[in-house]
Each structure stands twice: as structure tokens, then as C-alpha cells.
Design a protein around this ligand. Structure first.
Ligand code: NAD
Ligand code: G6P
Ligand code: MN
Length: 434
């Protein structure tokens, strides 16, 4: 039987993960699941962990869910380690959002100054986890969801020297779930090819005859009431149609922050001044969810969980694990080593691409070179990520400032430095490297 360890097990998303494993039990015979959390998450772990055990009991499979605050005890002889933790919990996220907004800059979980600080808090922790894995489960796969997922995954490869890692995101899953219907097709009729970075990828699509249908999907996106699978956390500001037609690719939901920067910033500031930032909104959803999880009769994933932006993440996580375990060679969009799939970026960096997943991990599918506009964005963003990772590891202030000044969501100048300084103070407790 398979041993799964989930770090950040107290997450409100955990029932979705359990559902994904239960649905795949026949191909992925799990023996035990260890949900790991920390003192600050103890209560959440207890509630959602008890609920997880109820889900397994109701499924009729004999799987034991262990709850622990002792990561090393859990990691011993693990086969797969999934990571879904949030250093500093939602309160830290809310600071990542509110502080940049207070300077008139985007405050967002994975983009701009907030995303950079989430990386600063998270990378040292993931590197500690990797050190534990080297000792306690040297053959295990690390399946990372912790945001910013692309940067965290690349840090594991580059600074942790750990190759058995795959980074995941639900955004490609959502697109493939909803888009086919916009052109009257089903997913099985279509071939998808993604490339770029996490929360910064594009994709193209072909039909059963091998004819490209990307432009048809772009056309369909501008009809009324079309659901193209944009995640719940992103304001649905339309892209400029002429830009997409020229591009010949479909950008991911997060590209709105770059292609409609003015409008997305204005919308974010409006919410910051009224109903509160996304983190503040999500805090309420989380409280509701944990009230539901306390019900001793609830033994399935409640509908309310779909209000979270990460809905369907388990389709990526559980399918990746099942594909490695059963050598399925299925197509999954993952963050993995580039190896030439995106020739505009170095071969040894991490990219988010279509890949075939089997026993040996991810085999990235070649996407080919990008046109000047996309190539320019991609190279800026990847090098910005490199600065962030280096600053996260070394605690070098100058490097952090370089990342800030390079990031397209942060105007250069004195206020870039001021917002950096304020975030360093606000998150001091979680930034021992600075
Ligand atoms: P959350 O605030 O509920 O945090 C999850 C758990 O992590 C908490 O119970 C917390 O106590 C625990 N934790 C914090 N520090 C820890 C540590 N050092 N070791 C172990 N556990 C620790 O967060 P959430 O909203 O459920 O999101 C979890 C993570 O997954 C976040 O990083 C989020 O950005 C990410 N996420 C990613 C995707 C994706 O597409 N990749 C989708 C959804 C969520
Ligand atoms: C999805 C992303 C995740 C992100 C999440 C935010 O868009 O793929 O990486 O963290 O949603 O959702 P939330 O409900 O926490 O705002
Ligand atoms: Mn994501």
C-alpha cells in the first residue's frame, strides 16, 4: 500500500484531496495518509482530519488518516509528499494584499509584492522539508501546491537539489474542464498544449482532425454568459480581443493582471476600500467551511468549497500521483524542468507545461519558440523569479529590491523601497533569513 503525507493538512481544501484519492483508489491503493500541520493550525487539523477519516470510512476502504504536528514522524518511508501549507496563514496573506494596495500597487497572493513575500516566507520552509525527505524518504516524490507554486518548485530543484518534484496548479484543469463546451466539443475530442510559467502560461488547442481551434475558442470567449473556466478568485475583466487574435494563444486567467493592469488594479483597490481583499473574503468562507466540517454526519466534500479559487486542484494532484504510481503516461500540466520544451528559456529552469506523467516523472512536451511579445514577458518574469528565489535563500536586501523593481506590478522608485521595507517589518516573524 501507498503512504501519502500532506504537509499543511489542516487546509480547508483537504476534503477535496480525499475525494480525489477515494475516486482513484482502484489504481492507487493507499494504505495510510498522514496530515501534518503546526501548532498554529492544530485546531483546523483536528477538525478537517476527523472529517477526512469519516470520508474514508464512508468509502468502504480501509485507510487510516493520521494527524500529527511531528513532520519527521510522518515523513518516515513516505511514497508521496504533497505540500499545501501557508506560512503565516491567511493573516499573512491579508498583509501581502493590504500593504501593497495601501501604496496603490496590486496586492495579490501570487503576483506583485505579495507574491514575492509569499515566496520569501515559503522557500526556506520547503527547503527544510526537502532536507528531512533526503533523510527519511529519499525515494519519495514531492508534489507541490504551495504558492507561488512555480517559484517554490523551482527552488526545490535548484537550491534543494531534489529532482523528484512536480509543481501543480488548478488553473489549467479549470480551462480544460470548461472551454471545450464553448465550441461544442468535449475534452476527449481536443488536444491541449500549454507553456509558460505558473500563473503565467498560454495554451493552444486542436480538434480531433488535427485542425487548430484556438481562434474558435477566442471567438467564443466574447459571447455572453460564457464560462471559460476562470478561477473564482480572479475578477473577470475581458482581454482585448485584437490582442488575443494576434497572439493566437489563450492566456491564463492571471494574465489579466498584466494585460489589463490599470483596470485590475482599480478593481482591487475598490475591494480593498469596501468589502475587503480576497484574503479577507476567503477568511469568511474558511470559517463557514470549518463549521460544516465539525458536523459528525458530514462525510463528503461540501458544495461551498467550490467558492475557493483552487477548486479542482485535486484532479491535478491525485491524477499526477496515480499516473506516477501506475505509469499511466497521462497528459497533465505541471511545473517541471524545461529541458528545451520552451526554447526561449534556459533548459534547466522550471516551466509550467503540458507533460506526460509516468513512473519517471514528467516529460515536458515541446511547445516551440514564442513570438516577441510573449517571449519578452516570459523572460522578464522568469528572471524576476530567479531574483526572488535568490533573495529568499540568501536574505540579500539588494536582490530583493532588484526583484521588486523588475516586477511589472511594482512601479520603480522610492515607493517600491518603502513597500519592501514595510512588508519586511510586517512579516519579520516568518523571515529569519533577512
Ligand atoms: P491555509 O491558510 O489553510 O494553510 C494550510 C495549512 O498550512 C494551515 O492549517 C496551516 O496551519 C499550515 N501551515 C502553515 N505553516 C506550516 C508549516 N510550516 N508546516 C506545516 N503546515 C503549515 O491555506 P489554504 O488556503 O488552504 O492554501 C494552502 C496553500 O495552497 C497555500 O500556499 C495556497 O496558496 C496554496 N494553493 C495552491 C493552489 C494551486 O493552484 N497551486 C490552489 C489552492 C491553494
Ligand atoms: C487559484 C490558483 C491558486 C490560488 C487560488 C486562490 O486560482 O490556482 O494558486 O492560490 O486559486 O484561491 P482563494 O480562494 O484562496 O483566493
Ligand atoms: Mn495556482
Amino acid at each position: 500500500g501507498v503512504k501519502i503525507v500532506t504537509i499543511g493538512g489542516g487546509s480547508s481544501y483537504t476534503p477535496e484531496l480525499m475525494e480525489g484519492f477515494i475516486n482513484r483508489y482502484d489504481e492507487l491503493p493507499i494504505r495510510e495518509i498522514w496530515l501534518v500541520d503546526i501548532e498554529d493550525g492544530k485546531e483546523k487539523l483536528e477538525i478537517v482530519g476527523t472529517m477526512a477519516q469519516r470520508m474514508w470510512d464512508a468509502s468502504g476502504h480501509d485507510v487510516k488518516v493520521h494527524l500529527t504536528l511531528d513532520r519527521r514522524e510522518a515523513l518516515k518511508d513516505a511514497d508521496f509528499v504533497t505540500t499545501q501549507f501557508r506560512v503565516g496563514l491567511l493573516n499573512a496573506r491579508i498583509k501581502d494584499e493590504r500593504i501593497p494596495f495601501s501604496y496603490g500597487m496590486l496586492g495579490q497572493e501570487t503576483n506583485g509584492a505579495g507574491g514575492i513575500f509569499k515566496a520569501f516566507r515559503t522557500i526556506p520552509v520547503i527547503l527544510n522539508i526537502v532536507e528531512d525527505m533526503k533523510e527519511l524518504c529519499p525515494n519519495a516524490w514531492l508534489i507541490n501546491f504551495t504558492n507561488p507554486s512555480g517559484m517554490v518548485t523551482e527552488a526545490v530543484m535548484k537550491y534543494g537539489q531534489w529532482d523528484k518534484v512536480i509543481g501543480l496548479c488548478n488553473v489549467p484543469v479549470g480551462a480544460m474542464l470548461k472551454e471545450p463546451a464553448t465550441i461544442g466539443k468535449e475534452l476527449d475530442d481536443l488536444t491541449y498544449k500549454f507553456a509558460g510559467l505558473n500563473h503565467f502560461h498560454w495554451h493552444r488547442v486542436w480538434d480531433e482532425n488535427g485542425d487548430e481551434v484556438t481562434q474558435d475558442i477566442i471567438e467564443a470567449m466574447y459571447k455572453d454568459d460564457v464560462d471559460a473556466g476562470i478561477p473564482a478568485n480572479i475578477h473577470d475583466m475581458p482581454f482585448f480581443k485584437e490582442q488575443l487574435v494576434e497572439m493566437g494563444m489563450i492566456p491564463c486567467g492571471y494574465h489579466r493582471y498584466y494585460y489589463r493592469q490599470e483596470e485590475m488594479l482599480a478593481h482591487g483597490i475598490e475591494e480593498y476600500n469596501t468589502i475587503g481583499t480576497r484574503g479577507q473574503q476567503v477568511k469568511k468562507t474558511e470559517e463557514e467551511l470549518f463549521e460544516l466540517y465539525k458536523d459528525p454526519n458530514l462525510n463528503y466534500k461540501p458544495e461551498q468549497l467550490t467558492k475557493r479559487g483552487g477548486a479542482h486542484y485535486s484532479d491535478a494532484a491525485c491524477e499526477t500521483i496515480a499516473s506516477i504510481y501506475a505509469n499511466k503516461n497521462s497528459h497533465i500540466v505541471v511545473t517541471t524542468k524545461n529541458n528545451g520544451a520552451v526554447p526561449d528559456l534556459p533548459a534547466d529552469c522550471a516551466v509550467e507545461v503540458s507533460a506526460m506523467i509516468g513512473k519517471t516523472g514528467a516529460k515536458a512536451i515541446a511547445f516551440g519558440p514564442l513570438k516577441p511579445a510573449e517571449k519578452g514577458w516570459l523572460q522578464v518574469m522568469k528572471n524576476m523569479e530567479h531574483c526572488v528565489q535568490e533573495a529568499a535563500v540568501t536574505g540579500d536586501y539588494g536582490k530583493a529590491l532588484q526583484a521588486f523593481i523588475l516586477n511589472p506590478q511594482i512601479p520603480s522608485g522610492q515607493s517600491a523601497k518603502n513597500v519592501l521595507d514595510e512588508l519586511l517589518i510586517a512579516h519579520k516573524k516568518y523571515l529569519p533569513q533577512f
